[in-house]
Every structure is written in C-alpha cells, then in structure tokens.
Design a protein. Structure first.
Length: 226
C-alpha cells in the first residue's frame, strides 16, 4: 500500500506543481525567440509573424496560470514556504515570458533587421539568454524534491549547484552583451539613428531576459536560506 506524503497531509494541496507549470510555460515562451531571430535574420517575416503569435499565446497562457495561482494560493500558516516568497518568485518567473513577448513584439512591429556583422553574435546572445531561463527552470523543478527533504541534505546541494551554474550562464550573457554593443557601436554611423536606437533597446531586453532568469535563482536561493 503506498504511503501518504506527510507534507501533503499537513499542508494540503501544494502550490509547488503550479509554480513549476508556470515556469515551464514562461521558458517555452523564451525558447521561441531562437527560431524567431532565425526567421528575422533570414528576412522571413511571414515565419517571424507566426512565431511572434505563438510567443504571445504562450505569454497569455503564463498570465492565466499566474492569475489562477494567485487566486488559489492558500493563505494558511502551513504553507511549505512563505506565501509572500512564492508570490515574488511567481512574479519573477512571469517577467521572463513578458520579456520574450516584448522583444518579439517590437522587432516584428518595426520589421527590425539585424546588421550582417552582428548576426552570429546576436544568435549566440539570444541562445545564452534562453539557456539562462532554462537553467532557472531546472532549479524550480527541484522544488518538490526540496520540500520532501525539508530543504536540506543532498537535494539542497543539487539546487545550490544549479543556481551557481545559472549565475555562470548569466555572466556569459553579460559578456556577450558587452561584445555585441561594441560591435554595434563600431558600425552605428552606417545605420539609421532610429534603427540604432531600437537595436540597442533590443540588446538591452535580451540581456534583461537572462537577468530575470538569474533573479529567479536568487529568489530561490533566499528561500532556501530561510
């Protein structure tokens, strides 16, 4: 006969699985940026539009999951982790999906092109930001196991290592951002000033995507330290 989970009987329905589901959708939204940028670089605006719509749909799905979790998150004192911490973590997760939506939206809306000189670095930069988001997802997906072990033991070490790797990925993204900004500065006189302004903005938002992923890890780290 299977034994019941003592935490489940004490706390009731755990909010951890809905948190993981939300993060999964947020990262799926960010994942779409890779084929989106490939379509932009290929000057395939029809495909870019298809992917942008998919990004918007996934971001809406993440919003729905966020709202549902906020409405149904128990106010009991017996939550496995503080309610305010979960709500802050949820907001940080949601920011990943929002950032991906904003990047695709502005690029499609203006039909922004990426100068040929920047294209290889831009693809690496986007990939690094998406990698950071997915590394944060790996850490969030360990929350249920952490709960089972009372936030201690070997499982705690696994999550600490995942967060450390997330910090490393975010640092790689920062370095790529510096490189691509330098490359853009070198050629900006050859481009329309308005195009340059929006390219810098997109670069900033891609960097912000990895920053938001890193903040998810930082918030999780604070939660573990309580």
């Amino acid at each position: 006969m299977p034994m019941s989970n003592p935490f489940s009987s004490l706390f009731g329905k755990s909010p951890i699985k809905p948190m993981q589901d939300h993060m999964t959708v947020a990262c799926a939204t960010a994942d779409e940026l890779i084929p989106f940028f490939q379509a932009v670089i290929a000057d395939d605006w029809g495909q870019a539009q298809v992917i942008q719509r998919r990004i918007a749909e996934r971001e809406n799905e993440a919003d729905d999951l966020k709202k549902n979790l906020r409405l149904h998150l128990p106010k009991s004192l017996f939550l496995p982790v503080p309610r305010t911490d979960l709500l802050e973590l949820l907001s940080m997760q949601d920011a990943i999906a929002n950032c991906a939506r904003d990047i695709a939206g502005i690029m499609l809306g203006r039909k922004m092109t990426v100068p040929e000189r920047l294209q290889p670095q831009m693809l690496k930069f986007v990939q690094s930001a998406v990698d950071a988001a997915n590394q944060a997802l790996k850490a969030i997906n360990e929350l249920d196991a952490l709960l089972e072990t009372g936030f201690s033991g070997y499982e705690l070490k696994i999550v600490e290592n995942l967060i450390e790797e997330l910090d490393d990925r975010e640092h790689v993204s920062d370095e790529l951002e510096v490189t691509i900004r330098r490359e853009l500065f070198a050629i900006e006189k050859e481009l329309s000033p308005v195009d340059v302004m929006f390219l810098y903005r997109v670069i900033e938002w891609i960097g912000e995507l990895s920053n938001r992923a890193q903040r998810v890890g930082s918030r999780l780290q604070l939660l573990l330290a309580r």
